[in-house]
Every structure is written in C-alpha cells, then in structure tokens.
Design a binder for this molecule. Structure first.
Ligand code: RB5
Length: 158
C-alpha cells in the first residue's frame, strides 16, 4: 500500500519508527514531514496527509502529534478525510472496518512503540465492512458538502 505519513515535532520520533516499520512490511511511504524535533504547527502536516489521501497520491494516511488529536482534527477538515485517533488494536481495527477511516492518528506522547505498531498493522489489515456502515459513512460525506447532512435522526438497527 502507499501510505502518506506526517507529524509535528511531538510526533516526529514515533512517525520515524512507524515509517520504518511500514517500509519493513513492504509498504510505500510518502513522508510529508516534519523532519526533526524542531517545533512546527501540526495543522500543516495533518492537511498534507489528508490531501495526499483524498487526492489519490496515497491509499491511507498516518498522522502523529503529541496526542494524535490536533493533527487529526486538522486532517478531518479536508473533505473526504476520515481521521481516527486509535491507541489500541481494537479501536484501530474498528475505525477502519466500521468508520472507513482513511487516516490513523497516534499520539507520540501517549502510546508506546509496540502498541502503536500493532494498532497501525490492525488498521491496515482491516477493510471497510460495507452494508449499514457504508450508509453512515455516506451520511458523514453529506455533512461535508451541505453542513447539515441527514434531516433528522432515524431509528435503525445497530
Ligand atoms: C505540541 O506541543 C502538541 O500540542 C501537539 O503535538 C498535539 O499534541 C496537539 O494536539
């Protein structure tokens, strides 16, 4: 797979570790920076990863900042991005399977290296489940263009 990766300074070390891990697993990594622990602003890197994914330069994205939150919020401002913070294997798997997340966000100050690697592997191994989940993902996309989305909540199966 082609994976776009990006981080700020607080996520730099973990981003480097995970980029290396991705390469070892045979993936193609597009490293959009940052390239040191010099302080930078995370929105730029979240947006860059999001644009790479939505624009088709990458299949999926990986964002790392201190918590995973800021860079993920920024990535989610790019239409078509579904960025999810997931610091455990199950959440990472379900983010991809149920939410069709296309960017995984991790916190370099939050999660250990091994859990981060396993969460990333689970994210990449999972596939969007389709069915009722597709409908909900489509409803998310409607929010991007109209800002209002579905008119009213409806009672539906789990
Ligand atoms: C940087 O100090 C830190 O605020 C940033 O990496 C991130 O955690 C924000 O969400």
């Amino acid at each position: 797979m082609r994976i776009a990766v990006g981080s700020d300074h607080a996520g730099y070390v973990l981003k480097e570790v995970l980029a290396g891990h991705l390469r070892e697993l045979g993936h193609e990594v597009e490293d959009l920076g940052t390239h040191s622990e010099e302080p930078v602003d995370y929105p730029l890197y979240g947006a860059a990863v999001g644009r790479a994914v939505v624009g088709g330069a990458a299949d999926l994205g990986l964002c790392v900042c201190g918590t995973g939150m800021g860079i993920g919020i920024a990535a989610n401002k790019v239409d078509g991005v579904r960025a999810a913070v997931a610091h455990d294997v199950t959440t990472a798997h379900l983010a991809r399977q149920h939410n069709a997340a296309n960017v995984l966000c991790l916190g370099g100050r939050i999660v250990g290296t091994e859990v981060a690697k396993e969460s990333l592997e689970a994210f990449l191994a999972a596939s969007p489940a389709g069915g009722r989940h597709s409908r909900r993902v489509e409803e998310i996309a409607e929010l991007e263009t109209s800002g209002t989305g579905v008119v009213a909540p409806q009672v539906r199966g789990a």
